[in-house]
Design a protein around this ligand. Structure first.
Ligand code: CO
Length: 224
């Protein structure tokens, strides 16, 4: 049962919502009416569930402008039908022009993958990052401290998830039929609110390997 503090908190959310809807409608009369008829987002955002990285807000986008998928540590897995369904809808139906994988420094999921203690189910979810940590161990241990190591793996994780997006049959088929779609790798700094481009943008199957190799070879933590 919720206590009265909780009731107040939840009631406040409805108050916030009404104030927000009123403000939007005031700034853009007819906004919700128009949105109710269709959505035409140009961007699919694949980001971390972290409460400090709200997709729309940090890129100044209104409702209707960004299609969003978020999970712990912004993973793109070939067996994750949730993520793949979002990707397919975004590309085949909404025909978004950009897929942005956006990680963030200090990611708790990435941090956890570097530790050995057991988190239960989450260990399975983080298995892929754990494997990346081993594959790129050299670049990671080259960092001067623990937080640098976490942040290096945060960057590498983004670049490798870009690769996974490019590997899906959804994106490969879109490119094959000549559909304009670019996959990007970005990273967000929780400490300053700024997004940085990891220069991992790919818009053609033939460019994936070279572009991502260059992004991985770039100095790590240039934006931290
Ligand atoms: Co995170």
């Amino acid at each position: 049962m919720a206590d009265s503090d909780d009731d107040d908190f939840l009631g406040g959310l409805f108050d916030n919502n009404r104030a927000w809807a009123k403000q939007i409608e005031k700034n853009n009369p007819g906004f919700f009416d128009k949105l109710a008829k269709q959505q035409l987002p140009r961007v699919l955002w694949i980001g971390c569930s972290d409460s400090r990285v709200p997709a729309n807000e940090i890129i100044g986008m209104l409702p209707g402008e960004v299609f969003v998928h978020r999970n712990v540590a912004n993973q793109v897995m070939m067996v994750d039908f949730n993520c793949l369904a979002v990707l397919q809808y975004a590309i085949d139906i909404l025909r978004v022009r950009h897929v942005i994988v956006c990680g963030h420094y200090g990611c708790g999921g990435v941090k956890a993958s570097l530790k050995n203690h057991e988190l239960g189910l989450l260990d399975n979810w983080l298995h892929g990052i754990n494997a990346l940590g081993r594959r790129y161990e050299e670049a990671i241990v080259a960092q001067p401290n623990k937080s640098g190591q976490v942040d290096a793996l945060c960057e590498i994780n983004v670049i490798e998830q870009v690769r996974n997006v490019c590997r899906t049959s959804i994106v490969r088929q879109a490119w094959r039929r000549g559909q304009d779609c670019t996959v990007h790798g970005w990273i967000y700094g929780i400490h300053d609110g700024l997004i940085h481009d990891l220069k991992a943008s790919v818009s053609d199957a033939a460019d994936v390997a070279a572009t991502l190799a260059a992004a991985l070879a770039a100095p790590r933590l240039a934006h931290r």
